[in-house]
Structure formats: structure tokens, C-alpha cells
Design a protein around this ligand. Structure first.
Ligand code: ADE
Length: 388
């Protein structure tokens, strides 16, 4: 892969000769060219910047030096399979996925911004010739794009075939598969009172793989809930007793969750869609309410309360975020609500719309049977306590 860097601080890119990229240069896998942008200036002061049109603070990198640089760099062709990477805090986020994409290119030309940025026409012009990607390495502002170009380079070149000694380590690391990596340990097995998790010493490869996956999901949900895919989130779901502070989110989740019930039962007045916030706060304080959280997000809830007969445990307001349906979270909440019933309860009961075929199927699978109608259009279902 050929790598070109256009910068007004070539020394900033000296680390390219060190570390792993340095070895790849020596072995011929990488062909690295760092260019001082000032070589394409023609005035005595080698000027590369000027004040912004329209006013404002700071300076803007002029179009002419970049234009001439591109003319020279692409004079002998080489546009095929090449991408210009412009490092800028206003670019698209740099991710492992983008690293993988850039690793497929034959040539990358980094245009390192400084000051307020590069005259927009440089990018517009380059785009008429070649693919241009404006890329940011994070939501913070550096003094210039050189450090970003180094970071992008390192993430990209280590994906090149033949670059890493152990290709398997590429598969297991953070961000591959959309998860952060699990914690790792080495010898000794016990150090300053901290022990390596016993499963890692067990020799049971299946158990080790399961433990690592669970840890990766947990870490991702805790540290980077934005990364956790809904299907993985369920592994890290925490079901616990609701707190008063859950009320606002619960109110929103409830409104969202019962829309489909209203759709399936057009003639019914669905209480969950009409009750006030204060009414919700009341039952939250009074009943046994469990909430499910994944990665900090409220994704489900259920409420249990003792019926007037004193022996029936009423399960109500079983709700799951609409985008997480069909993954077993409703069933898990239902079981948790049943398990919370006080001693002496003989039966569980719940109500659902007569038109809610899907809900009724789920409840039947969980052991509930029809027990008449509470009122027209509302079905009562019961299950003997202690049954699974
Ligand atoms: N130049 C200055 N800040 C930057 C950032 N966050 N990413 C890429 N280039 C930059």
C-alpha cells in the first residue's frame, strides 16, 4: 500500500518510521511518502494560509498548494484504487469498519488540516478526480490533522495481510464483531490478592468462550451502550426493583409499548395509553414493579400486586421496548414477576385484549389458560402458582 501525507509539519509524522508501521516500511509492505505542503508555494514566505472569506477567527489553508500537490502526486496516474483522506474534526467518525474499508485501497493520500481547515474547493476539486473521505478520530479538536492521520494509518495498516504476526488476534480484539474485548489475564494466577477468574483455568474451552462473550457484552453495555446491538443487549439485561426515579422513562416506555395493543384492539380503551403520570407514580410506589435495563436504557417492566382475594397474584403492565420484541425479554419479566409473588399465593392472573393474539400465544406458552372475560374485549388468563 502506498501512503502519502500532505502536511505543513512533516516532522510530526516521524513516528511512521517507528513501531509496527516502521517494520512494514522496511519489509516493503508499505511505501510511505511525507510531503511538506510548502514545497508547492511560490512566494518568499512560503505562505500556505490566509484569512477566511466572510470574516471570523483563524486562518484557512489556501487551495493552490493542495491543488498543485494533487497535480504532482497523481501526474503519473495512480488514481485507481486511491482515496484521499482529509483529517478534520467535522469528518465522518473513524471506526474499525472504516479502517477495514480503507485497508482495501492501494493508495491513501492524507491531507492534514491545520487552523480552521482547508479551503472547501480543494475537496470539491479532488472529488471530481478521486474518492475523498473527510474523517474525524473523535469528538474533540486537535491542533491539526497529523496525529489523526497517524492514528488512522496505524489502525489501517495492521489490517493488511502479512502485517500482523497472528491473524487470530485481529478477530478477537475490541470492535471486531461490534463488541469491546473481554478482560484478559496472564500468569501468575494469583497476584496481590487478586485471582484470575477460575473458569479461565478450567481448561473447558466452551465455558471459557461463553464467559468471554458474556464479559464482552457486559463491558460494551456498560461502557459503550451506543455500540451494543439490541440482540446482544439482552445478554446484559439487568432486572431489578423499580425506583421512583424510573417513573419518567417508564411513562414513555409504557406509551410506546401499548400502541400495538390499541392497534390489535381498536374498540378498546387501553388504560396504559390514557393514565396520567401521577397515576403511574402512585402504582410505582404501591405495587411490586420490576424494570429491565440494558446499557442504561429502560427496555422493559412488569408490575405485580395481590388481588383482593389475597391469594391471586395479579401480573400487569408487562411491557418491552418495541424494538426489542421477540427476544424473550417479556418471558423473562413474566417469570420474574411470578417469582416475586408472596408466599400463600395460589394463582397468577393477567388481562389482555381479546384481539391480542400474539400476547395470548406467549401467555399460553408460559402456562396461562383462558378464564373468561373481565369485560367485553378483555380476556382473563390464569396459571396455578408454582408451575413453570
Ligand atoms: N483535526 C483536528 N481535530 C481532529 C479530529 N478530532 N479528528 C481528525 N482530525 C482532526
Amino acid at each position: 500500500m502506498r501512503l502519502d501525507y500532505l502536511t505543513i509539519f512533516p516532522d510530526y509524522l516521524a513516528p511512521l518510521q517507528l513501531s509496527l508501521p516502521g517494520k512494514a516500511v522496511a519489509s516493503g509492505l508499505l511505501d510511505v511518502h511525507v510531503h511538506d505542503l510548502r514545497q508547492w508555494t511560490h512566494d518568499r514566505h512560503r505562505t500556505v494560509d490566509d484569512t477566511p472569506y466572510g470574516g471570523g477567527a483563524g486562518m484557512v489553508l489556501k487551495p493552490e498548494p493542495f491543488g498543485e500537490a494533487f497535480d504532482d502526486l497523481f501526474a503519473g496516474g495512480g488514481l485507481e484504487g486511491a482515496t484521499v483522506v482529509v483529517t478534520t474534526p467535522s469528518g465522518e467518525p473513524f471506526t474499525q469498519e472504516l479502517a477495514r474499508e480503507l485497508a482495501t485501497r492501494e493508495r491513501l493520500v492524507f491531507a492534514c488540516g491545520r487552523y480552521e481547515g482547508i479551503d472547501q474547493r480543494v475537496l470539491d476539486h479532488a472529488r471530481t478526480l478521486i474518492e475523498v473521505r473527510e474523517v474525524s478520530i473523535g469528538d474533540y479538536v486537535l491542533n491539526g490533522g497529523e496525529v489523526a492521520a497517524l492514528a488512522i494509518t496505524e489502525a489501517v495498516v495492521r489490517l493488511l495481510p502479512g502485517f500482523m504476526g497472528n491473524a487470530a488476534s485481529l478477530v478477537e480484539e475490541s470492535h471486531e464483531g461490534g463488541l469491546l474485548e473481554h478482560p484478559v489475564y496472564t500468569k501468575p494466577a494469583s497476584w496481590r490478592g487478586h485471582d484470575v477468574p477460575p473458569v479461565l483455568l478450567s481448561g473447558d474451552h466452551g465455558a471459557i468462550a461463553a464467559w468471554r462473550h458474556e464479559q464482552a457484552v457486559r463491558r460494551t453495555a456498560e461502557r459503550r451502550p451506543d455500540l451494543a446491538h439490541p440482540s446482544q443487549v439482552l445478554d446484559g439485561v439487568e432486572v431489578r426493583l423499580a425506583q421512583p426515579a424510573d417513573a419518567p422513562e417508564l411513562f414513555v416506555l409504557q406509551r410506546a409499548s401499548w400502541v400495538s395493543e390499541q392497534h390489535d384492539n381498536p374498540g378498546l380503551r387501553v388504560p396504559a395509553l390514557h393514565e396520567t403520570y401521577d397515576e403511574l407514580v402512585d402504582w410505582l410506589a404501591r405495587d411490586h414493579v420490576l424494570v429491565a435495563r440494558a446499557g442504561g436504557r429502560l427496555v422493559g417492566a412488569v408490575r405485580g400486586s395481590l388481588a383482593d382475594d389475597g391469594t391471586t397474584w395479579h401480573v400487569g403492565r408487562l411491557m418491552v421496548a418495541p424494538d426489542l420484541g421477540g427476544r424473550g425479554l417479556g418471558r423473562r419479566l413474566l417469570e420474574a414477576a411470578e417469582a416475586a409473588a408472596p408466599a400463600g399465593v395460589a394463582a397468577y392472573e393477567l388481562f389482555t385484549g381479546a384481539g391480542s393474539a400474539r400476547n395470548q400465544r406467549i401467555y399460553k406458552k408460559a402456562g396461562y389458560r383462558h378464564a373468561g372475560e373481565l369485560e367485553p374485549g378483555v380476556v382473563r388468563m390464569v396459571k396455578r402458582a408454582g408451575r413453570r
